[in-house]
Design a protein around this ligand. Structure first.
Ligand code: KIV
Ligand code: ZN
Length: 512
């Protein structure tokens, strides 16, 4: 017998909770569009009550995305739930995901509530949510470390109140596969109305077992929804990785006997988009989406693969969206060819202005780089100057001097609210000098907590993609910039991070 495994993606909520991974509304919308293209069943778009920014992001996504269910997280109280319902009004299919902690430790130390109070609040919240939307999911936070009898009591009550999905989080990544699978199975066996709900797994990766635990929850426990994130993004060691779970279930269909609705050919571009947006680089040996995931270095393996691919490959690289570095466009390509390539890559720009901005950037790049790859185009459209019209800071030009034995010097021209300024500085290296030059004008006072450079298409001829993470007054933002010249890419990334520091939205932490 085969049945369906529901893929619930929480990159935009739990993934975004990872320090440094916060995203703007436009970035979230771009990723949501990619998730819809992947045919993710449920997109957890955010936590509407946590900030005005998150509310707007959930609302924008609910209004724009029509093929996936859009979900908002919500603490178990009327205000949060009403806010989530409000944000989801425009959704074709909307879900409220409400949660409260049920482990003795969390109830006593964090919530300072008795088990009876938690029980009542869980019940009352699901009842309240069900009056607002038809689709309600309930999570007992730190569920895996909760007392089994108490958990059965709470979950039976919330199912009776109309929760259609019961999610069992291993919030701190403490579980091991067999025990987690049995935990879910026991819950389903002991709770009299368990068949009225779909059971869901939500595993964190603190011991590196999030994917294994989730799959055990499915196989042993009978769960039919997996909560996961692209690249396993998430707090601490991250969440269960979508690409690994999906490819495991597809590749080992003989064992799992389940269908997933994901269009796997969009996996690699989704991975790149999330990595470029957050600055969380994907390790080369990461399963499915790492640069080496399909590379065969040893002679014996290469020989085997050439003779018969399945000697060493259990999946086809193209099935998850790997393309060989193809020259796709060049200097003479016109706007229509460019627009067509964007469409083929699954990139949707919202307006003709955005397409024009992107095309202008493409032409600029094609003047300097003769071969333009898909990776270059994706980097180009992830530059927020393509999609946002009113940026506080914008890059114009720069020059820098660096010679052995001399202290490097840079001069940067950039705009502040549309007005050009020129600034100069020395530094330990050309990148340091350029960023110091910008900072000496802007005086943001922000601390740089990450600087990373990545070659977009692998060789020294490729563009450098730089991520700069800045921290200021408790806020952490990422700026990404790309350019064939990594010093210019660094200046662009720094200005992009400064732009994000301008939006001052505060947010409430989900597990706070
Ligand atoms: O890990 C967790 O417990 C969560 C819940 C809020 C579902 O993310
Ligand atoms: Zn979580």
């Amino acid at each position: 017998m085969t049945d369906k495994l529901i893929i619930f993606d929480t990159t935009l909520r739990d993934g975004e909770q990872s320090p440094g991974a916060s995203m703007t509304r436009d970035e979230k919308l771009r990723i949501a569009r990619q998730l819809e293209r992947l045919r993710v069943d449920v997109i957890e778009a955010g936590f509407a009550a946590s900030s005005n920014g998150d509310f707007e992001a959930v609302k924008t996504i609910a209004d724009a995305i029509k093929d996936s269910t859009i979900c908002s997280l919500s603490r178990a109280n009327d205000r949060d739930i009403s806010r989530a319902a409000e944000a989801l009004k425009g959704a074709n299919s909307g879900r409220i995901h409400t949660f409260i902690a049920t482990s003795p430790l969390h109830m006593e130390k964090k919530l300072r509530m008795t088990p009876d109070q938690v029980f009542e609040q869980a019940k009352q919240s699901v009842r309240f949510a069900r009056n607002l939307v038809g689709d309600v999911e309930f999570s007992p936070e730190d569920g895996y470390r909760s007392d089994m009898d108490f958990l059965c009591r709470v979950l039976e009550a919330v199912i009776a109140e109309g929760a259609g999905t019961i999610n069992v989080p291993d919030t701190v990544g403490y579980a091991v596969p067999e025990l987690y699978g049995e935990f879910i199975r026991t819950l389903r066996e002991r709770i009299p109305n368990s068949d009225k709900a779909i059971w869901s797994v939500h595993c964190h990766n603190d011991l590196g077992m999030a994917v294994a635990n989730s799959l055990a929850g499915v196989k042993i426990g009978g769960a039919r929804q997996v909560e996961c994130t692209i690249n396993g993004l998430g707090e601490r060691a991250g969440n269960c990785s979508l690409e690994e779970v999906v490819m495991a279930v597809k590749t080992r269909r003989d064992y799992f006997g389940l269908e997933v609705g994901i269009d796997t050919s969009h996996i690699v571009s989704a991975s790149r988009m999330v990595s470029q947006t957050t600055g969380f680089v994907v390790q080369p040996n990461k399963a499915v989406v790492g640069a080496n995931a399909f590379a065969h270095a040893s002679g014996i393996h290469q020989d085997g693969v050439l003779k018969a691919r399945d000697t060493y490959e259990i999946m086809r690289a193209e099935d998850v969206g790997w393309t060989t570095n193809k020259i796709v466009l060049g200097k003479l390509s016109g706007r229509n060819a460019f627009k067509q390539r964007l469409q083929d890559l699954g990139v949707t720009l919202d307006s003709e202005t955005e397409i024009n901005n992107a095309f202008a950037k493409f032409k600029e790049l094609a003047d300097r780089k003769s071969e333009i790859f898909d990776e270059d185009i994706l980097a180009l459209v992830s530059d927020e100057s393509v999609t946002s019209e009113k940026e506080q800071y914008g890059f114009v030009s720069m020059s820098q001097r660096s010679e052995t034995g001399e202290r490097p010097h840079a001069s940067v021209v950039f705009t502040i609210s549309g007005k050009e300024v020129r600034s100069q500085s020395d530094g330990n290296g050309p990148v340091d000098a350029s960023l110091k030059a910008i900072e000496s004008q802007v005086k943001s006072g922000a601390e740089m907590v990450l600087y990373s450079v990545n070659a977009i298409s692998g060789s020294t001829e490729s563009q450098g993609e730089v991520t700069v993470r800045l921290q200021n007054s408790g806020r952490v933002v990422n700026g990404v910039g790309s350019d064939p010249d990594i010093v210019v890419a660094s200046a662009k990334a720094y200005l992009s991070a400064l732009n994000k520091l301008q939006s001052k939205a505060d947010r409430v932490a989900a597990q706070g």
